[in-house]
Ligand binder design. Structure first.
Ligand code: C2E
Ligand code: MG
Ligand code: MG
Ligand code: MG
Length: 279
């Protein structure tokens, strides 16, 4: 009897596994179709200059308009894209799309705007990454300094020497680099000076701590000081409240991004924000 119960538990387990495997397969083949048929699109979240509230640039964030499931967030498909290697195609598409968009906005507003594009570890491990970036620059004619690549700190831990070389190769093209979710990775800061990065992006957990009386807010302060000492730019992400913005302003944090200022939005809407600001 115990044996029978054990077996049925295993069957239930098997069913769950099979269901998960099937759903992954479905998502994977759907994602291939999506890449072939323009179902992916980018939304843009303004990055604000704290000094005067103007828009300095945007972070491009991918969305998937699935024919049956509606709009899907990256949390549901980036990991799978990485595992299947589809992230290479997705990444190149996103970079080119964002480059064309920022080129257009720079031309039409005459402003020195930038766009920040997220890059996954799998992309950095690809030997052709720097060539792919160079190709996007060539095909779009965008000014290299208008492009920033966002890399998460943890990602640089796996194969440091190789990653550092890749970052240097990309930096040589004139494209700028940002360490995303900074402070959540690991505490060895000695590597920072060997990475050719331009910007630190303070993880939103430290921003949130600012108004919660949480001592982790001190991390935001320290990152801001670190950035100043190393002559790097600093952006705070996930700013949702007035008090958080005030805290960051007190720290002399240069840039901020979050729902308090603006949500990620389709390009037409982002463009309206730019035009309103110009007026
Ligand atoms: P991330 O790069 O750290 O992006 C910030 C995330 O925080 C975005 O979620 C954004 O919509 C969200 N966010 C912005 N302001 C606020 C706020 O005030 N409060 C809160 N709670 N959240 C805020 P999203 O768009 O769902 O993207 C999630 C992650 O997916 C990104 O984290 C990034 O790691 C990844 N991702 C997005 N687009 C791409 C892409 O094109 N390529 C790759 N490789 N990864 C991407
Ligand atoms: Mg990011
Ligand atoms: Mg984060
Ligand atoms: Mg981030």
């Amino acid at each position: 009897r115990a044996k029978a119960a054990g077996r049925s538990r295993i069957e239930v387990f098997d069913d769950a596994l099979r269901e998960r495997a099937l759903s992954r397969l479905r998502t994977e083949s759907d994602l291939r179709v999506a890449l072939d048929s323009d179902q992916l699109f980018l939304v843009y979240q303004p990055i604000i200059r704290m000094q005067n509230g103007s828009i300095a640039g945007f972070e491009a964030l991918v969305r998937w308009s699935h024919p049956e499931r509606g709009t899907i967030l990256p949390g549901e498909f980036i990991a799978l894209a990485e595992e299947t290697g589809l992230i290479l195609r997705l990444g190149r598409w996103a970079l080119k799309e964002a480059a064309l968009q920022i080129k257009d906005w720079r031309r039409r507003t005459g402003r020195d705007l930038f766009v920040s594009v997220n890059v996954s570890g799998r992309q950095l491990m690809d030997d052709d990454m720097a060539a792919a970036v160079a190709q996007v620059l060539g095909e779009t004619g965008v000014e290299p300094r208008a492009l920033k690549l966002e890399i998460t700190e943890s990602l640089l831990l796996d194969d440091t020497a190789r990653c550092v070389q890749m970052l240097h190769d990309i930096r040589k093209l004139g494209v700028r680099l940002c360490l995303d979710d900074f402070g959540t990775g690991f505490s060895n800061l000695s590597y920072l000076h060997s990475y050719p990065v331009d910007t630190l992006k303070i993880d939103r957990s430290f921003v949130r701590a600012a108004t919660a009386g949480d001592r982790r807010a001190e991390i935001a302060r320290i990152i801001t000081m670190l950035a100043a000492a190393l002559d790097l730019e600093v952006v705070a992400e996930g700013v949702e409240r007035d008090a958080e913005a005030a805290f960051l302003r007190d720290l002399h944090c240069q840039y901020a991004q979050g729902y308090f200022f603006a949500r990620p939005m389709p390009p037409e809407e982002a463009e309206r924000h730019l035009l309103v600001q110009a007026a």
